[in-house]
Write a protein that binds this ligand. Structure first.
Ligand SMILES: Nc1ncnc2c1ncn2[C@@H]1O[C@H](COP(=O)(O)OP(=O)(O)OP(=O)(O)O)[C@@H](O)[C@H]1O
Ligand SMILES: Nc1ncnc2c1ncn2[C@@H]1O[C@H](COP(=O)(O)OP(=O)(O)OP(=O)(O)O)[C@@H](O)[C@H]1O
Ligand SMILES: [Mg+2]
Ligand SMILES: [Mg+2]
Lengths: 255, 255
């Protein structure tokens, strides 16, 4: 089973950059890879070159009328099969905020279509809010990746998630696998090493050995609607996301 | 009138860093300065050392029972008078998302208490979402500051806001004053200069001449729950936020 959700309630820590480039690395490794955009701001979709015309062409229709996920898939030049987002996705929290029974909607939708199997990995990009959408991603995933952008406020966001996951475990009846990924890592800054040490003390083995370096090519690629592999395949950023894929494969978190 | 809202729908672009340090600069200039935290993640509040015990000690009570804002004020060692946030604030979007008549609640609450006058400036920190809370900030403010963190995705967020503001003008019956503030500006990166040029072409005079440089002291101060002036008063970050205050005073956006 390979469904990975990328979440941190802090904004701007590299969720989209990670979801997109990890999915692209998977697609380049000859795996049929799905990318699900659960952020109403739809940046993952936009960078991958996919625009949903209405909310109905997104996961919103899974919630509103149980539309099969396979009908929502778009081929992208990035190689990723994209299920896009749209601003109307924000309705999900407003419509379904009250019932706790909607948190398994995505989980069920994926299983019904056999998505997220070994041969069909799924990467889910989340928005920086613990709402119905992000909870669906957390309940659906086999592993949660929490990017920590080498600064205190994003590390604080990660600590918060640790608490949230503990609170959800009795409901889920299992411990959600998670990996904390240092991003925007600048070895010249003491703060980066400070944050790494904090993360290792708190999360131990769950901290990825791979760190994504601060690399301007990663920040440039969205402007061209490209993944790092399309924009700068020999860059440090491309190397780091390949290394992350290799680590997740070696650890059995991706099969 | 001096009510400044700090908003950009992109995450992690420096909204809280700007709201906090601009408010601190104002407080140091001997003005009675109010900081209103409208982000359920309450980072502005936390860094200023203020924890709301319940949602009722936040702007939520203004919405739920028209509680006077003056009852919500806390003295902070930063010198700012803080009206804090709390995770329960996220209820506002769920409860009031439907009616458009709630967008003036903060506006009215401030006027009733004569907050935001020349001698009582108010700075409002927003979350990265265009919902009821952020709309209240936009409708209440005399000037909107949009931080742009010198990368393409945050510039894209700023373009989006420009569209949103245009759409709101018929409802507001006035043009909302706005300033775009380049933050995390790194002169060694071509991308920073690229983004500055893009912003100047699109927004012209509305781009602040002051740019907040990428400065590690600004990233460190939250860890110590300090403003930049408490943590590193001779740092580049402190200098830049003082310069921002001077520019806004010279332009008459703050009186
Ligand atoms: N390793 C990196 N090196 C350089 N820039 C990076 C890196 N990772 C991300 N960025 C840039 O930092 C900004 C924030 O990253 P990104 O949008 O991926 O974060 P996010 O967590 O998805 O944000 P949001 O909370 O708004 O969804 C973007 O401009 C991105 O291009
Ligand atoms: N000029 C700067 N130099 C260095 N670091 C900065 C600068 N401005 C902000 N930061 C750091 O960047 C991160 C994001 O900043 P901040 O939290 O203020 O953004 P935000 O827009 O309020 O985020 P959110 O959308 O999550 O509310 C923080 O760790 C902050 O300390
Ligand atoms: Mg994102
Ligand atoms: Mg903030």
């Amino acid at each position: 089973m390979t469904i990975i959700a990328v979440f941190n309630q802090k904004g701007g820590v590299g969720k989209t950059t990670t979801a997109l480039n990890l999915a692209a690395a998977l697609a380049r490794s000859e795996r049929t890879t799905y990318g699900i955009d659960l952020d109403p701001q739809a940046q993952f979709s936009a960078i991958a070159g996919i625009t949903a015309n209405t909310g109905d062409d997104t996961v919103l229709s899974l919630f509103q009328r149980n539309r099969p996920l396979s009908e929502l898939v778009n081929e992208s030049s990035s190689g990723i099969k994209v299920i896009p987002a749209h601003s109307e996705l924000s309705k999900v929290d407003a419509l379904f905020g009250k019932g706790f029974n909607v948190v398994n909607r995505l989980n069920t939708g994926l299983k019904v279509e056999s998505l997220g199997s070994k041969s069909n990995p799924v990467i889910i990009d989340c928005c920086p809010m613990i709402g119905v959408l992000s909870l669906n991603a957390i309940f659906a995933c086999d592993c949660l990746i929490v990017p920590i952008s080498a600064d205190y406020l994003s590390a604080k966001g990660a600590m918060q998630i640790d608490k949230t996951l503990k609170a959800l475990e009795p409901v889920l009846k299992r411990r959600i696998k998670r990996r904390y990924l240092l991003t925007r890592f600048d070895t010249r800054r003491n703060m980066s090493l400070d944050i790494l040490r904090m993360a290792e003390e708190k999360f131990g083995e769950d901290v990825c050995s791979t760190k994504i370096a601060e690399n301007v090519s990663l920040a440039e690629s969205p402007a061209l609607n490209k993944t790092i592999f399309q924009h700068a395949p020999s860059s440090r950023g491309a190397h780091d996301y390949d290394a992350l894929l290799a680590e997740l494969l070696a650890d059995g978190l991706i099969e």
